[in-house]
Design a binder for this molecule. Structure first.
Ligand code: GTP
Ligand code: MG
Length: 131
C-alpha cells in the first residue's frame, strides 16, 4: 500500500517508479479509500497496541493505493526496499528514507509473510484483477 500521507504529498509516481526499478511486477493496482472499520480490520493484529486508534484514523483519513506485487523472494525484498518502520532508522535508498514523515505517517506498507500477502491481496482485489 501507498499510505494516505504519500498519496496526499504527491509521491505515488515516485514510489511506483522505485518499486518497478527494484524488479517488482505490478499484478494489480488501484487507488481507493478505507472506512475506519475496514482500516481496523486490516490492522486488527495491532488492536491491543497503544497506537492502534491513531493508526486506524490515519489509514482512513484519505485515499491510498493498493497493489499486488510479484517477484522472487518478494516479501523480504519489498521490506528491504521500504526500509525500517520508523523513517529515522530507514537506510539510504529506501522508500521510507525518501518519502516517510514519521513512524505513524510512513508512506508505505508491505506484507510481512507470503500468507499475509495472500490475505491482504484478497482484502483489496478480487477475481480477474489478481491474474
Ligand atoms: P506496515 O508495513 O505498515 O505493517 O509497517 P511495519 O510492518 O513496518 O510495522 P508494524 O506492522 O509493526 O506496524 C504497523 C504500522 O503501525 C506501522 O507502519 C506504523 O505506521 C504504525 N506504528 C507502528 N509503531 C507505531 C508507533 O509507535 N506510533 C505510531 N503512531 N504508529 C506506529
Ligand atoms: Mg507490519
Amino acid at each position: 500500500m501507498i499510505k494516505p500521507d504519500a498519496v496526499q504529498n504527491g509521491h505515488i509516481g515516485g514510489i511506483l517508479d522505485m518499486i518497478c526499478k527494484a524488479g517488482f511486477r505490478i499484478v494489480a493496482l488501484k487507488q481507493t479509500r478505507l472506512s475506519a472499520e475496514k482500516a481496523g480490520e486490516f490492522y486488527a493484529v495491532h488492536k491491543e497496541r497503544p497506537f492502534y486508534g491513531e493508526l486506524v484514523e490515519f489509514m482512513s483519513s484519505g485515499h491510498l493505493v493498493a497493489a499486488i506485487l510479484e517477484k522472487d523472494n518478494a516479501v523480504e525484498d519489498f521490506r528491504n526496499l521500504i526500509g525500517a518502520t520508523n523513517p529515522a532508522n530507514a537506510a539510504e535508498g529506501t522508500i521510507r528514507k525518501k518519502y516517510a514523515e514519521s513512524i505513524g505517517h510512513n508512506a508505505v506498507h508491505g506484507s510481512d509473510s507470503d500468507e499475509n500477502a495472500q490475505i491482504e491481496g484478497d482484502f483489496f482485489f478480487s477475481g480477474l484483477e489478481k491474474f
